[in-house]
Design a protein around this ligand. Structure first.
Ligand SMILES: CCCCCCCCCCCCC/C=C/C(=O)SCCNC(=O)CCNC(=O)[C@H](O)C(C)(C)COP(=O)(O)OP(=O)(O)OC[C@H]1O[C@@H](n2cnc3c(N)ncnc32)[C@H](O)[C@@H]1OP(=O)(O)O
Ligand SMILES: Cc1cc2nc3c(=O)[nH]c(=O)nc-3n(C[C@H](O)[C@H](O)[C@H](O)COP(=O)(O)OP(=O)(O)OC[C@H]3O[C@@H](n4cnc5c(N)ncnc54)[C@H](O)[C@@H]3O)c2cc1C
Length: 697
């Protein structure tokens, strides 16, 4: 896998064997080391035991609260351990693999995962979890996550009967080909055409321009045999807009592209390892013919004669797959954020800097108030996103059931909530992973900390499934106050209410928090509406355009209100386990008061609270951090992540960070040889030249 130079000596993880260094130059740690045996012995010590002993709640019960049920803890635990104990799923070397090696490794893992799923007869729930713990983006994510849901959501029963069994058994591999080189956000602007030919009862799929090339679909580049392709439907000379079509791309015999199909990978992406395991692809069609029955016909149909028939359902149901994926992305946000926070909390408890008195131990960096004020809001956000994700999943299931019964009343609410929550949770998580890297100091920048790869793999979530700004603007279309908008019905009260908070403790009252968040969101929305009508006396669209930055902020305020509300509702439920409810209450307050503190300008500008009340909120926040401190390590233990899934030497469960960091360094391909490749070509001549010059002086 890694190349050694022809004129260099190979060194198998040998410590400081450079011929240019004498034993006396070795750092003190090495002088006392007894090599890897010594490292292993040290690894049995739990460096975080003292932290775990200070927890004031039942961690096992918190695991249940986090996972949703005892059954969920049990299944997740089993699947995580199954993956962690299987050498094929090893991932500690992946940032050092070339793109080709990484892609092949992804194919190998996906095939092995499927083999295990079949051998062990895993349920759908177990199989999903197993794939999650394999933790390597690949074509299977799109096959199961978008191709299958698109056929389920937009295919007729007949189409589902034909295609789903093939997909379920991997007899075909599918992807979701919507985005093009020229258009992603503006779905109605896509250019690929599907023109019906009544002579042959076929659609002709064509890419008329360079910008109509499909560009980005995951799994398309190298793995997929089929795609759901979104194209403009043209029949009887009329353009009926975007519709979905199942198109075969590659031979099922030898995987070569079918006639008229040009396709490949779009190239390397941000970061080492990370999303480069995915074959995001480019695809062009040159008059490719498919049978008429490969148009997904649940929402609209084209008859044998070429008549276009639209069923009596909202045309936005075409976007249903995106709504489904957006809600699952919110759940993913809590996973990614909790991973980063788990690493940063554990490491902050291990890491010590300054503060030693009389030669005693230095201070754990977790004890610094600044560290706490940066880290604990992220810990609270991980829990907040977890619970709002559960609620969103419930909302999505509810809407889906209503749609089955032809009740479309909650469709708009589901669209707004999934779009807004996807935007806010992914943006916060992406920033938070980077903050966790900084919270881990220099070591956070090492690949072995797990944070650079987590960041690189996560940031595209701000863009895929809808750019976050574009999605937030979807919230601002001013709908009837239903569901999560219901507070807007209290407009008269909320426009003038004054917060009754008069002490820091008053901010622990959920009603005080709820009222302040509702008033802020409503007043920002009303201000926007007024400004829009003032900005454009003739055209609302012009005012909307002019005021869109304010609309974004109002949309964020509305989404933050939803997150706070759902957290408060969660804490009001019966939650078993010693101290669990109290901890969740504290985290809920941390989340809400942190948002209040961070967006204090909004709360003050809209007159929801006074500067004094803002200061009291901050005072209470400081007290809450002190309350969280002794529980911090146990609160991240409750995520129940294996060391394999975390993939971080800094976030190890046992906290034995330094030997692990030290050992990890020697695995780098650069350390395979003592004298580096290139020494004879570039270093030696340089040094010799200088020596020659000096000797001439
Ligand atoms: C821990 C580590 C994790 C690692 C994880 C690794 C694995 C992860 C795998 C993830 C894989 C990701 C794969 C990514 C896939 C993709 O990105 S697929 C492509 C996604 N593309 C988009 O999201 C495009 C975004 N654009 C849109 O959604 C729409 O074009 C738009 C912005 C919503 C605009 O729609 P449009 O029809 O042009 O017009 P409008 O006029 O704005 O809307 C018309 C009305 O329709 C309503 N509406 C819009 N969308 C929906 C919807 N989805 N559902 C219901 N209703 C909708 C809209 O509100 C308007 O309503 P009215 O105002 O009442 O008319
Ligand atoms: C890793 C990854 C995986 C992907 N996987 C798939 C896949 O499997 N299948 C698929 O079909 N697609 C996929 N995509 C494509 C993805 O869905 C699009 O990139 C995404 O929807 C954003 O669209 P865009 O690229 O056209 O961005 P653009 O719309 O061009 O965005 C560029 C900038 O313009 C701004 N902007 C755009 N419109 C507006 C507006 N109306 N108002 C204000 N600002 C605006 C945006 O905020 C952004 O700042 C993937 C993308 C990535 C990065």
């Amino acid at each position: 896998m890694w190349r050694g130079g022809s004129n260099t000596r190979t060194c198998k993880r040998r410590f400081f064997s450079s011929p240019t260094r004498s034993r006396h130059h070795r750092p003190p740690y090495m002088l006392h080391s007894r090599g890897s045996q010594h490292l292993k012995a040290m690894a049995e010590v739990d460096h975080l035991a003292a932290e775990r002993a200070t927890a004031r709640f039942d961690v096992e019960e918190m695991k249940v609260a986090w996972a949703g049920s005892r059954h969920a803890v049990h299944v997740a635990d089993r699947m995580a351990r199954l993956v962690a104990s299987d050498p094929v799923f090893r991932k500690d070397n992946r940032t050092m693999l070339s793109r080709k090696e990484l892609f092949k490794d992804t194919l190998r893992k996906a095939a092995h995962a499927w083999k295990r799923i079949v051998e062990l007869r895993l349920t759908e729930e177990e199989a999903d979890l197993l794939r999650q713990y394999v933790d390597q983006p690949g074509y299977v994510d799109l096959h199961w996550g978008m191709f299958v849901p698109a056929i389920k959501g937009q295919g007729t029963e007949e189409q589902q009967h034909k295609w789903l069994p093939l997909a379920y058994k991997f007899q075909i591999i599918g992807c979701y080909a919507q985005t093009e080189l020229g258009h992603g956000s503006n779905v109605q602007g896509l250019e690929t055409t599907a023109t019906f030919d009544p002579k042959t009862d076929e659609f002709v799929i064509h890419s008329p321009t360079l910008t109509s090339s499909k560009w980005w679909p995951g799994g398309l580049g190298k793995a997929s045999t089929h795609a759901v392709v979104y194209a403009r439907l043209i029949t009887e000379g009329k353009d009926y807009g975007i519709h979905g079509f199942i198109v075969q791309l590659r031979s099922l015999e030898d995987h070569s592209p079918l006639p008229g199909v040009t396709l490949g990978d779009i190239g390397g992406k941000f970061g080492s390892g990370a999303y480069n395991s995915m074959d995001n692809g480019v695809l062009r069609f040159d008059h490719v013919r498919i049978p008429r029955d490969q148009m997904l016909m649940r929402l609209s149909q084209v008859t044998r004669e070429g008549k276009y028939v639209h069923s009596n359902v909202p045309k936005q149901l075409l976007y249903g797959t995106m709504v489904y994926v957006r809600q699952s992305i919110v759940a993913d946000a809590s996973k990614a954020l909790s991973r980063a926070v788990c690493i940063a909390v554990r490491y902050s408890a291990v890491r010590k800097q300054f503060g030693s008195q009389d030669g005693g131990p230095e201070t754990q960096v977790l004890n610094y108030k600044t560290q706490q004020s940066r880290l604990f809001p992220l810990l609270a956000s991980a829990y907040a996103f977890r619970f709002v994700g559960d609620w969103l999943n419930w909302l999505y299931t509810d809407v889906t059931q209503k749609l089955e019964a032809k009740d479309f009343s909650t469709l708009q609410e589901a669209h707004a909530c999934t779009a807004g929550l996807k935007a806010v949770t992914t943006s916060v998580t992406a920033d938070a992973i980077e903050e966790c890297r900084k919270l881990c100091g220099g070591h956070g920048y090492l690949n072995s900390s797990g944070l650079p790869e987590l960041f690189a793999v996560y940031v595209p979530a701000c863009t895929y499934e809808g750019d976050n700004v574009v999605l937030l603007l979807q919230l601002a279309s001013g709908k009837q106050p239903v569901g999560t908008m219901a507070y807007m019905g209290k407009v008269q009260y909320l426009m003038q209410c004054k917060s009754a908070v008069s002490s820091a403790e008053d901010w622990l009252n959920p009603d005080a928090i709820q009222e302040a968040f509702e008033a802020r969101a409503l007043r920002m929305a009303v201000n926007c509406a007024q400004n829009i009508s003032q900005a454009a006396s003739q055209e609302e669209a012009a005012g909307f355009y002019e005021r869109s930055p304010d609309l974004l902020e109002a949309a964020v305020a509305h989404i933050q209100l939803i997150i706070v509300t759902k957290f408060i509702e969660k804490v009001h439920q019966e939650i078993p386990g010693h101290g669990v409810k109290e901890q969740l209450q504290a985290l809920c307050n941390v989340y809400a008061l942190y948002i209040l503190h961070k967006h204090l300008g909004d709360f003050l500008a809209t007159g929801c609270i006074t500067p004094r009340q803002g200061a009291l909120a901050n005072e209470q926040l400081g007290k809450l951090y002190a309350q969280v401190r002794p529980n911090a390590v146990a609160l991240v233990d409750a995520f129940n992540y294996t060391d394999h899934y975390l993939g971080s030497v800094l976030g190890r469960y046992d906290g034995d960070v330094y030997p692990a960091l030290y050992e990890e360094a020697w695995k780098d391909p650069l350390n395979e040889t003592v004298v580096p490749e290139g020494y004879h070509e570039y270093l030696r001549p340089l040094i010799k030249q200088q020596q020659l010059k000096l000797s001439r002086l």
